[in-house]
Each structure stands twice: as C-alpha cells, then as structure tokens.
Design a protein around this ligand. Structure first.
Ligand code: NAP
Length: 314
C-alpha cells in the first residue's frame, strides 16, 4: 500500500474527513483577532452560533460594525469591537490594555490576523511587515493577555498558522530580509515558522495552568488574503487560484472543534491541519530555534520581564 512521505502528509490530511464538535459555548468569552474578514469572520459567526460572547479585534471599525449587526440579527450574544492595527505594536498594546480592563475572564483566544505580501515593506519601527503582522503582533497580543487567560484553567488559545510555514525558515540574524532575498512565500513562511516556535514555548510555560495553545492550518480557502498585492497577483488569484479554494466554513468548523472538543482536553503545543494533528516541516520543529525566537520576539516587542513564571525554562 502507498505510504505517504512525511513531507506530503499535509495533502492527505487536507483531504481526510475532519473531526467535528457540536459543543455549545454559552457564557464563554471568545476573542478573535482578524475577525473582519475570511477565516476570522466565519469563525466569529460559528462561535456566535454556538452561543459565545465575542470580542472582535480588528483595524476597521466600519467593517466590524456591519458584521456585528448582521450576526445580531440572528444570534443573542454580546459582541464588542476593539480596534488594533497589528502592523503597529503600540496599537496592539493599547488593545490588550483595553481587553484586560474590560474582561475578567477569557475562555478562547483565536488569532486569525494575517497577510501575504509579494512586496517587501516595513512598519514604522523598521520591522518587515509580514513578520510583524503575522508573528510579532500575534505573539505580543497573546503574551499580554496570557496572565488573564491562565486564570482560567479551561482556556484555549488557537493561532491560525499555515501549511505555508513550509516555504520559509526564520533567519535569526536577518528577520528583516536586509541580507537575503525577499519573496512573498519566504516572508510568509518565516512569519508562520516563527509563530510555531513561540506556540511551543507558550505551551511549555502554560502547561501547569491547564491552558492549551495550538496552531492550525485553516485549509486553502476563499478569503481576501493577498488582496493588498499588485494587479497581476490579484488577477491570477481571482481567475485561477480561486477555483481550487474551498469554502472557509471548513476553517470555522475546524477552529470550533479545536476550541471546544473534549477530545483535546490538555492537548497543547501541536500543529493541526484543520482538525488533524500533523508534524510541521522539519525546520519548524527544530528545538534549538524555539527559545532564540521566543527571546528575539520578546526583544523586538520590548518585553523585559517574563510575565509567565516558568520552572526550569529560562
Ligand atoms: N485563506 C487561506 O487559504 C489561508 C491558508 C492558510 C492560512 N491562512 C491564514 O488564515 C488567517 C486569516 O487569513 P484569511 O485567509 O482569512 O485572510 P483575510 O480574509 O484577508 O483576513 C485577514 C484578517 O487579518 C486582518 N488584518 C490584516 N492586516 C491587519 C493589520 N495590520 N491589523 C489588523 N488586522 C489586520 C484583516 O483585516 P481587514 O479586514 O481590515 O483587512 C482580516 O480581518 C491568516 O493568518 C492566514 O495566514 C489562510
């Protein structure tokens, strides 16, 4: 019988029948960053359907207000909107402060913010934009909320990662692509690989508190990702790639499963292709990279103290 090589298991897992959860989330508070579009938005709708109160963390208030109004037509949940621009770490800090001041209990945190950029750009602090939005800002946001999250031993954190981590490794000495060639796939891959390393580090620090953190690939789905790129990219995307993509409902169902199923009680520090646990690429499993990327991320976010007490870790 044909045995799938490890590097291609993602194809098999992506086609496999996925697990499902029918758990309700009444009374829970779920925070979803990047919920103004795509995977984040459908997840928001799925969680509303399950009865969770919601906090939308978005950069575009008008867009969020429309989605909120639409959900409230059919669901009796509370929805708040918090503004944060994930290309600006100060903005992420302000959003976290607001959340800490408002919500005494957090049940689920989903970070779905993400971009893919064929052009190399930098944020106002000189950090390569994709690395900042996809990794650093989601790292900082999680980090700043984690003390509150760990007060709830049933809480779960889900980082929407990507099979795209396979396309690029983290060059610790050149995360800004000053000395090696930039491509959209490389920067995307590096950002998602960095996020995976920090998922492992978070999981080590959180395991004594019962809180779990996992990363997931939401499937190759029809969303607005990449629409910030040039006309040729957008033309190819709409007229070719689009036809191979799936409905993002599969992502929402998978995230709902990862957030609620009892099958995953205590399961932490894993990568899931939708709902199926999978080995990430070899470069992303390198233990020797996990702590250095954690420390670099803290440095770039100007975090001096460890908010999370870690026994024998640092
Ligand atoms: N689509 C896929 O096939 C696929 C595959 C693998 C992984 N993913 C991952 O899935 C996640 C969601 O992406 P998507 O496909 O759903 O794309 P999307 O439709 O473009 O959604 C991305 C979300 O991120 C937000 N965002 C982007 N830049 C931001 C910034 N600077 N500050 C705050 N929010 C920002 C967007 O806000 P606006 O609405 O304001 O633009 C939107 O809410 C990403 O992490 C992506 O890497 C997607």
């Amino acid at each position: 019988m044909f045995k799938w090589p490890e590097q291609l298991m993602f194809i098999k897992n992506g086609r496999a029948k996925q697990h499902e959860s029918h758990e309700m989330m009444n009374g829970m508070t779920s925070i979803i960053s990047g919920s103004s579009s795509g995977v984040g938005e459908v997840t928001l709708r799925r969680f509303a359907h399950a009865g969770s109160n919601l906090v939308m963390v978005v950069r575009n208030k008008d867009k969020a207000e429309k989605i909120k109004a639409d959900i409230l037509k059919s669901h009796n949940v509370k929805i708040d909107i918090v503004i944060a621009d994930f290309s600006d770490l100060d903005s992420v800090r302000k959003a976290s402060e607001m959340i800490l001041a408002t919500y005494p209990k957090i049940d689920i945190l989903v970070n779905s913010v993400g971009i893919h950029s064929t052009k190399k750009t930098y944020n106002k602090d000189g950090i390569e934009m994709v690395f900042c939005v996809n990794h650093l800002a989601t790292f900082l946001f999680t980090y700043l909320l984690v003390d509150r999250i760990k007060e709830n031993s049933n809480a779960r954190i889900i980082q929407v990662n990507s099979e795209g981590h396979r396309f690029g490794a983290v060059k610790l000495k050149d995360i800004n692509f000053k000395r090696h060639i930039y491509t959209g796939l490389r920067s995307y891959g590096a950002s998602k690989t960095a996020q995976l390393y920090t998922v492992y580090e978070f999981s080590k620090r959180l395991k004594d508190f019962g809180v779990t953190i996992n990363a997931m690939h939401p499937g190759a789905v029809k969303t607005n990702i990449g629409q910030n790129n040039g006309w040729l990219y957008r033309f190819f995307f709409r007229h070719f790639t689009w036809h191979f993509l799936k409905n993002p409902e599969i992502s929402a169902n998978a995230i709902h499963y990862l957030a609620t199923t009892k099958d995953l009680d205590g399961v932490t520090g894993k990568f899931f292709n939708l709902t199926i646990e999978e080995k990430p690429a070899k470069h992303a499993r390198k233990e020797s990279m996990q702590l250095p990327v954690w420390q670099l991320s803290k440095e770039l976010c100007h975090i001096e103290e460890d908010l999370i007490e870690v026994k024998n870790e640092l």
